[in-house]
Ligand binder design. Structure first.
Ligand code: HEC
Length: 191
């Protein structure tokens, strides 16, 4: 191979090697939030059943996606059973061990198909709720955590290092609108 061809090859391959080293670097399941909730507690969330999708009316309802977002709210089997039993409600609170994930993507306009659609773009963040009455007594038994996703580095990071946020922000707002439903906003969408 000619010398300048080898040089060109190195130029092409080097960034690929650097990127793959960077992407291989993070194991999301080693992350832990300031309030002590580990990403690993939600292992398998990517295969949980869909409770419902949601699209906020304006970007204020999105975490970091400024041009709008699409969310999928999914739940583990304990959570899905709680919905099947008619919950969640104050009379029928969700049992310990139930968990939900809210996966948020930036919204992406796809003009190609016969009718244009808005589809998930880049992953933005994943928020979790986990029910454990003994562990989270200050927030009515719910543990909250959000991991923000950085697409450029393909890494996740807890959204805050302030352990109080779970109570003062997350739960405070879930009290505001969802107290009567055991602090869960999303209804199970019939299918
Ligand atoms: C300003 C109010 C507000 C704050 C603050 C807030 N949420 Fe929510 N959350 C909502 C609303 C409204 C929904 C339902 C609509 C949607 O986003 O799909 C929701 C839905 C959720 C869901 C899906 C289950 C459900 O209750 O419907 C999870 C999980 C969740 N939030 C986690 C969090 C976490 C973690 C935090 C804090 C880091 C947080 N939320 C802070 C308003 C809030």
């Amino acid at each position: 191979m000619k010398r300048q061809h080898v040089f060109a090859l190195v130029l092409v391959i080097a960034p690929i090697v650097v990127v793959s080293i960077a992407t291989a670097a993070q194991d999301r399941f080693t992350l832990k939030s300031a309030n002590g909730i580990a990403f690993a507690e939600f292992k398998g969330y990517d295969a949980w059943q869909v409770i419902a999708p949601s699209v906020p009316d304006n970007a204020g309802g999105c975490g970091s996606a400024k041009d709008g977002c699409i969310k999928a709210i999914v739940g583990n089997s304990t959570m899905i059973k709680a919905y099947a039993a008619g919950g969640p409600s104050s009379a029928q609170p969700v049992p310990d061990g139930a968990a939900m994930a809210k996966i948020e993507w930036s919204s992406k306009h796809v003009p190609g198909p016969p009718y244009a659609v808005t589809a998930p773009g880049t992953l933005a963040a994943i928020s979790f709720m986990l029910k454990d009455a003994k562990r989270f007594p200050d927030t009515d038994g719910w543990g909250y955590v959000t991991f923000n996703y950085n697409a450029a580095t393909d890494t996740f990071k807890p959204s805050t290092d302030n352990p109080a946020v779970m109570r003062t922000s997350c739960h405070a707002c879930h009290i505001r609108g969802a107290k009567a439903h055991d602090f869960v906003y999303t209804n199970f969408a019939k299918r």
